[in-house]
Ligand binder design. Structure first.
Ligand SMILES: Nc1ncnc2c1ncn2[C@@H]1O[C@H](COP(=O)(O)OP(=O)(O)OP(=O)(O)O)[C@@H](O)[C@H]1O
Length: 520
């Protein structure tokens, strides 16, 4: 029994222990269930957190990427910023430099402002001074013009009283083919008050020869300037004077250039075309005052002591060797000169005369010498007769303008002529030496003046003999090889200049009988 009790006690113990164990098992089950619930919750939590972690990871990745981008951008911006900083510092330097320059310029401006003011003040002073000088200059110029006018008037009066032949000397420029002298200049032109424009000095073999004329034209003087000096003289032909202008000088010294000019170069036209233009212009300008003019032209040449009519339409017979017309010069009892059979043409304009001059130039005898291939070997005489009437004042004037281009004056040895050319040179020399004989006989007031010794002097008798206004151009070549000829020409001209030949007289109110040079 004891065993049973013991077994029962043991059974009870075991049941209690089983119950205990069941209870523990239940507790443990509920704990497991609770733990399972907790685990489930933890799992959910873990999943949520995982997903949160994934999201955060993705965000992080994005952030990382953006950070990288930002880093690149930052680098580039940093570079740009550095660049800009560099530029800005450069600009700053420039600005500084400009500011410095500005400051200097401002300083200078201030200084120049001061000096402008000073200059302006000085300028006003100077302006006043210049105005005063200008006024005095105008005054002096006026006095000078008045003085010159008076001088010319007195000069004219003296010349009229003395009855001189006036002499103008013209030296031409050296031509291209002439030697530019190595021995120094042959001619010089003193510039002192008294001598200026009137004196020419020639140096030969160390000796100086001085000559004074009414005017000396240096090589640079233009045709226009020469004409200005004779225009008054030309004008006096319209006022009723007999005017005679002739050119004297050796071959090639510029006689034809002075009288006719260079063909085809209007600005270089000579005294003859310029004189005619002036005469026809004055004729027009005097019309409103009632003046009417008639003009006639004749042109002749004296070649080998024979007269040729340069306007005759019938010159062939004499050129063929058969004798042509015998033109004879006659002075009638009342002093008029007549050349028989000479063609006289009425002219109305300078153009008409230019045409006739051109025709005459073609008809002239032209020969060749060693000195000038186109040398004119004859004396050329152009005559314009002027007859003017003013019906409103009942005045009449009768003037004559003679323009003469003489043949070359060189000596025989110089011209190198032979045969026909020698005959020409001898004839030219004869007539030119007759011209000097006449002039010197007049100068010495000899009873007999050998006008008849040559055709030239006989034709020009009225001009040379007294009552005309006569001007001689002595043309000079500057070529050193012509120095002896130049000296001869200057000596001749200066003796001519000293001659007293008479007093020019005006031919007015139809006193034609007074005229001694008129080919009517
Ligand atoms: N003042 C000048 N200015 C420029 N050239 C000039 C001048 N004078 C003359 N001449 C030139 O000199 C050369 C000779 O001149 P020109 O024919 O007029 O001489 P000339 O004395 O008439 O000779 P000739 O006795 O042979 O007729 C020409 O070629 C001419 O154009």
């Amino acid at each position: 029994m004891e065993n049973i009790a013991m077994l029962s006690a043991q059974l009870t113990l075991s049941i209690s222990s089983q119950e205990e164990a069941t209870k523990q098992k239940d507790d443990l089950s509920s704990e497991v269930a609770s733990l399972r619930g907790e685990l489930h919750q933890v799992r959910d939590d873990r999943d949520r957190r995982l997903s949160q972690a994934q999201t955060l990871n993705a965000d992080l990745m994005r952030l990382k990427e953006s950070r990288e981008n930002s880093c690149v951008e930052l680098d580039s911006l940093t570079l740009k910023a550095n660049d800009l900083e560099e530029k800005s510092s450069l600009k700053e330097n420039q600005i500084k430099a400009l500011q410095e320059q500005l400051a200097t310029a401002e300083k200078k401006l201030q200084v120049s402002d001061i000096s402008v003011f000073e200059t302006r003040t000085e300028f006003v002073g100077q302006q006043k001074f210049v105005d005063e000088l200008q006024r005095r200059l105008e005054d002096a110029e006026y006095k000078l013009i008045e003085g010159e006018r008076l001088r010319k008037k007195l000069h004219n009066t003296i010349l009229e009283l003395k009855g001189n032949i006036r002499v103008f000397c013209r030296v031409r420029p050296l031509l291209h083919d002439e030697s530019r002298s190595t021995e120094g200049k042959i001619f010089s032109y003193p510039t002192s008050m008294e001598a200026s424009g009137r004196q020419i000095d020639l140096a030969q073999n160390g000796q100086k020869h001085c000559f004074t004329f009414d005017k000396v034209f240096i090589p640079e003087v233009s045709q226009e300037e020469v004409f200005v000096e004779i225009s008054q003289l030309v004008q006096s032909a319209l006022d009723g004077y007999k005017v005679c202008i002739f050119a004297y000088g050796q071959t090639g010294s510029g006689k034809t250039y002075t009288m006719m000019g260079r063909p085809g170069h209007p600005e270089e036209k000579g005294l003859i075309p310029r004189s005619l233009e002036q005469i026809f212009q004055t004729k027009l300008s005097q019309q409103p005052q009632g003046w009417k003019y008639e003009m006639q032209v004749s042109m002749l040449e004296i070649y080998n002591e024979t007269i040729r009519d340069l306007m005759s339409t019938n010159r062939s017979s004499s050129e063929n060797g058969t004798p042509g017309k015998q033109y004879t010069i006659k002075h009638d009892a009342s002093g008029n000169t007549q050349v028989s059979d000479l063609t006289v043409v009425d002219v109305h304009s300078a153009k008409e005369v230019a045409f006739l001059l051109n025709q005459a130039a073609n008809s002239r005898s032209v020969g060749k010498t060693q000195m000038n291939e186109q040398s004119s070997r004859s004396h050329f005489v152009f005559t314009l007769r002027i007859y003017g009437v003013n019906e409103s004042t009942d005045q009449q004037v009768q003037g004559v303008l003679n323009l003469i281009d003489l043949a070359g004056s060189e000596r025989l040895s110089k011209s190198g002529s032979t045969g026909d050319r020698l005959k020409e040179t001898q004839a030219i020399n004869r007539s030119l030496s007759s011209l000097s004989d006449v002039i010197f006989a007049l100068a010495k007031k000899e009873d007999h003046v050998p006008f008849r010794n040559s055709k030239l002097t006989y034709l020009l008798q009225p001009c040379l003999g007294g009552d005309s206004k006569t001007l001689m151009f002595v043309n000079i070549s500057p070529d050193p090889s012509s120095v002896s000829e130049s000296l001869c020409s200057l000596r001749f001209a200066s003796r001519v200049n000293a001659c007293e030949i008479g007093t020019p007289r005006r031919q007015t109110n139809g006193r034609a009988t007074d005229s001694r040079l008129s080919y009517f």
